[in-house]
Each structure stands twice: as C-alpha cells, then as structure tokens.
Write a protein that binds this ligand. Sequence first.
Ligand SMILES: Cc1cc2nc3c(=O)[nH]c(=O)nc-3n(C[C@H](O)[C@H](O)[C@H](O)COP(=O)(O)OP(=O)(O)OC[C@H]3O[C@@H](n4cnc5c(N)ncnc54)[C@H](O)[C@@H]3O)c2cc1C
Length: 450
Amino acid sequence: MGAERVDVIVVGGGTAGCSFVSHLSEVSDASVSLFEAGPSVASHPSNLFASMARSGVMDTSFGATANDKGDSYEYLQAQVLGGGSAINGLIALRGAIDDFNEWCEFDGLTDWSWERVERWFERVDTPTSLIEESTRQSVTQLLRDSWPTSLPVPLAVVGGLRQSSDGVRFAAARASGRVSIRTHSRVERVLFDGARATAVELADGSRYYATCIVLCAGALRSPVLLRRSGVDIEGLGENLQDHPSVMFAAKRRAPFSGDFPITRYVPIKFEQAGDAPDVAHVLAYEQIDSHAEMGGIGVSLMDVYSRGELVEVGNGKWKADFRCLSDGRDLQAMAQVIRETATDLASADLGSAFEAGDALRLASDMQSLADMTDQLLAEWLRSHVRTLSHAAGTCAMGVVCDAKGQVTDIDGLWVADASLMPRIVRANTNETVAMMATRVAQFVADTLGG
Ligand SMILES: Cc1cc2nc3c(=O)[nH]c(=O)nc-3n(C[C@H](O)[C@H](O)[C@H](O)COP(=O)(O)OP(=O)(O)OC[C@H]3O[C@@H](n4cnc5c(N)ncnc54)[C@H](O)[C@@H]3O)c2cc1C
C-alpha cells in the first residue's frame, strides 16, 4: 500500500486546530488529516474544574516556573479534541484594539492592524451569555458590592452548553468528508526533504505526507516539536508570555453549587481614558479548584512586558520559564493593582462571602499586604505569582514565522496557534487564537489555490 498523502496535515486539534480546519474546509476542497494527541469526547462540561477532572483530557507533563523565586509547578494544558476551549474558564473576550495596532509595529506585520483583524473576529466570535445575573453567588456578590464598576464576564456558554472549538462549525467540517481526524495520535517529528517539510512521523514510526503541514500543538508543544524535528531558527521557544496572576482564596460560607465558577470581573485601567486597554483584571471565582467550598478573588496582569523562554531540562523534557514580573513595568503595575485590591478587600464585608474565621484571616492578610513596603511587596509578589495558562509567543510572527504563519525559510510548514502572537493580548487568549488560526487557514487556502 502507498504512503498516505493529503493536501494539509494539522498537528493538534485544540482551539487553533479546530478553528483552522473549520475555515479551510469552508473555503477550499483541500483534503485534511488532523492528528490530536488526546481523545475526542462527545460533550464537555461547562464547569472548568469538572472539565479538567475527566481522565485523559489534561497534559500536566510540562513543568513551569513563574520566576527564579517561586517553586516549579505543573503547567495546565488540555489534551483533547477542542483543546483549551474544551476545558477552559470560558471567558470569551477579544484582544484589545490597541493590541493589534501595536502588532503592526513589529517587522512586516502591518497586515495585523485592528482594521484588518476585526472582520476575522466577527467570523469566529464564540456565542456567549452573561450567566452571572441568574446565578448570583457569594463571591460574585462581594465583587458587585466592593467594586460597583465590575462587569459580568461574557462566557462561551449557550443554553448551559460549553461552546468549544470542536463544536458546530468543526462538526460541519468533519461531515464534509474531506477531513480525517486521528485522535490518540501524537506527532513525534516533522520530516523534511531539504528545505521543504514533507511529512509527520508518529511514535510507532508511521509516516503521513502532505503539501502543507500546520502546527497547532499550542505555544509550549509547537516550538518543542520544531526543535525535536531539527529546526533551529533564532528566537524559537523565546518570547514566552502569559498573564501573571495571584489568587486570594478562602472557605466559602456555603459550597458552590453552580456550573460557572468565574462570573464577574473588574477591568483595571490606570489612565481612565475610555478605550484604553485593561492593565489588569480582578475576577470573582466562586470555586478555585476541584474543592467546591473554596472561593477566591484573582488578580491578573493583562498588559505584560516580561519575556521568558522554553528550557530543555533533559530526557526530552522541557520547562516553561516564564520570568514573570522580571520587567520592572510589570512588577510596578502588579504591585499597584495588588495594593489597591488588598486595600479594598481589607475594608470589604468579606464575611458575606467567606466563613467567619477565614474572612477575618483574609482581611488581616489584606491589611498587611496593603501596608507592605515596596520592597517587601515585590518579594511577596515574586513568591506568590503564577500564570493563567495563556501561554503565547514562542513562534512569533515577524521572528520565527512570517506574517502569514509560515515558518521562516522552510517551505510547506506553518504555525497557526497561540505561539504566533508577537505580544500577548490584553485579554484572555482563546478568542484571539481562534481568530488567528482562521486567518492562517485563509492564507494556506490561498497558497493551495494559487
Ligand atoms: C486551565 C485553562 C483555563 C483557561 N481559561 C481561559 C479562559 O477562560 N478564556 C480564554 O480566552 N482562554 C483561556 N485559556 C487559554 C486558551 O484556552 C488557550 O489560549 C487556547 O486554547 C490556545 O489554543 P491552541 O490551539 O494554541 O492550544 P490548545 O488549545 O492547547 O491545543 C493544542 C492541542 O494540541 C495537541 N497536541 C500537542 N502536542 C501534540 C502533538 N505532538 N501531536 C498531536 N497533538 C498534539 C494537544 O493535545 C491539544 O489538544 C485557558 C487555558 C487553560 C489551560
């Protein structure tokens, strides 16, 4: 039997992979094989923690350090058809207008202005609803009372159902008969003929050939796959970014009983100009992990300047070294937001949300944070900061890839996932990733058509 050959191979069936295939099959007749390391699951729970608790849908094998002060931790990533969108916190926010206008300032990226990307967002916008009003629980109410400027979070949920990227549009692509989906199929390396990518190889040694190979394995796995395949382009695996975050958690008065643990947020802008992008978000978490009795307030920096990189740690293993707050602008902004949040929480009625003893402890912790010297607060932040699992930037356009997602100096090889972002957007990343992957699908369709 001859080797299998298709027009396009997609590696990774997460947010980017499913968005890419959906659009490509709408605008071209290309034959596609999609390889996904995880399983396909009929439907996904709306609750973030219920989604993640299912067996075999998470990849926690990638180590991470937030910075040189903090401990190592397992970085949470999805490993399932639908990827992050099948397990994530559902917050559906587009990147800010200024994010894309700033991308234009990177070498060769003028085509990514807001004016150019807006219609692509319109094409992929995930249907959302504002759940919070109907499920008003204690932490949500605390945020409403303490910050009258807070807003309900748009959640990628309709009729109680998670709107993941392996949903409706992808199902239509699947039904086209031109797309074959191979789950439980981890691609080990990309193979080349000179400067042209020609095939992928799986762990069992089987090889699959295509005219275009498109990496959608996510911002940690795509660069590692390129390295393992012998690609050594300057900047590959560098420019690693995520949103630094700190969680203030305590035991709730009553265990959380709803479906949507993240409900309401406060966009923080230092300059009160109306359209300025958010510097940070303060979020109400009705549940902070699989224990339904713990709730919290999360503070996340959205406007990020620090840059980390992927580091090989031996035995084929890699670590994400985020170097959070290593840029003084991030440290200063985070310190300001934490101090303001701690001051507000110290005087808030925490007893309305949290158990009496816990509320008191949290209030005194808040007071001591609010009173800390700059130096002590900086130390505290560097020990406590984590990230939101929004990894981005490791195969950046303008550095590792061109403005269409094609890997520099290699024919037939593209990237279409979160690694392409030159600078992480000032919003949760899923909607921007879907938009970018859809655009790259159009570029690949144009290439195949031409
Ligand atoms: C816990 C969590 C909560 C989040 N919450 C939010 C939120 O509320 N709102 C928001 O906007 N964003 C959120 N995000 C981020 C968002 O989901 C991601 O930015 C987005 O999913 C990235 O898309 P991607 O396609 O680049 O990667 P992913 O969606 O992670 O997809 C990568 C896929 O590739 C597969 N893969 C990897 N390597 C291989 C290989 N070698 N061969 C075959 N397949 C492979 C993986 O199994 C995975 O399915 C969250 C992410 C996580 C993990």
